[in-house]
Ligand binder design. Sequence first.
Ligand code: SF4
Ligand code: SF4
Length: 233
Amino acid sequence: MCSGRVDPVFVLRAFAKGVDGVFIGGCRLNECNYTTQGNYDTLNMVLLYKRIMEHIGLNPERLHIAFMSGAEANLFAETVNSFVERVKKIGPLGKAEAIHPETLLARLAEVTKLVPYIKRVNQEKLATRLHDPAEYDRLFTQSDVEKMFSEIVAYYIDPAKCQACMICARRCPEEAISGGKNQIHVVDQAKCIKCETCFVVCPTRFNAVMKISGAPVPPPLPEDQRTFVRQKA
Ligand code: SF4
Ligand code: SF4
C-alpha cells in the first residue's frame, strides 16, 4: 500500500488494539511512483500525530516514519530492527506512560472521532512539502496542538432558522442530524465528528447551522417542539 494511503485512523486503531509502536515505511521523497507525492503527506501526518500523542500522554517515539527504495532491503531491516529496539526500551503502551488502559482507550477514541476536524484545521500545513529535515520539528508545535484542542467547535442548528429542508441530514456522514421534512433538525453532539459539512451545505438563505466555540452548546429542542410550520407565501 502506498504510504500516502496511511490514514491517521489506521495508526490510532493500531494503538487502540494495544500495539507498542507503529512504523510506516514509504518510498524515498521525490521518488514517488505516482504523481501524488503522497509520502510527503504521510510525513506531515506523522509529524502532527506525534504532537497529538504527546498531548494525550503517549511517548511520540512510538510512531516512526522512514523512506527507502524497494532495493534497500538492508536499510529496511536495519531501520525496523532499530525501531523495535527503541520501542522495547520505551516499554508497553500506556503502562510505560502510567496511563490507565481505559483512560488511554477513551483518549484514543476521542482523537479518532476528531480526525476529520484535525485534518480540516491543519489542511494547509498538512499539504506542505518539507525538503529539509531540520524543519520537521517546527511544522507543528505543541502549542499549536494545545490551541487546536482548546478551540474545538461544535455545530448547532438554530431552531429559529431551520427550514427543515433536510439537506444537512442527507449529507452528514455520521447520521448525526435527525429531522424530517416537517421537523426542525437537531445535531446529536455525541455522534458529530465536526466535519463541517452541515455548516457548508445549509443554504445561505437559511444560515441555520452555527459554529460554537468556547461556550456551551444549547440543549437540543425537545421532540414535541420540533414540528416545523411552513409559512404560506
Ligand atoms: S459537523 Fe455536521 S455534518 Fe459533520 S458530523 Fe457533525 S453534524 Fe454531521
Ligand atoms: S440544511 Fe439548514 S435549513 Fe436545511 S434542515 Fe439543515 S439546518 Fe435546517
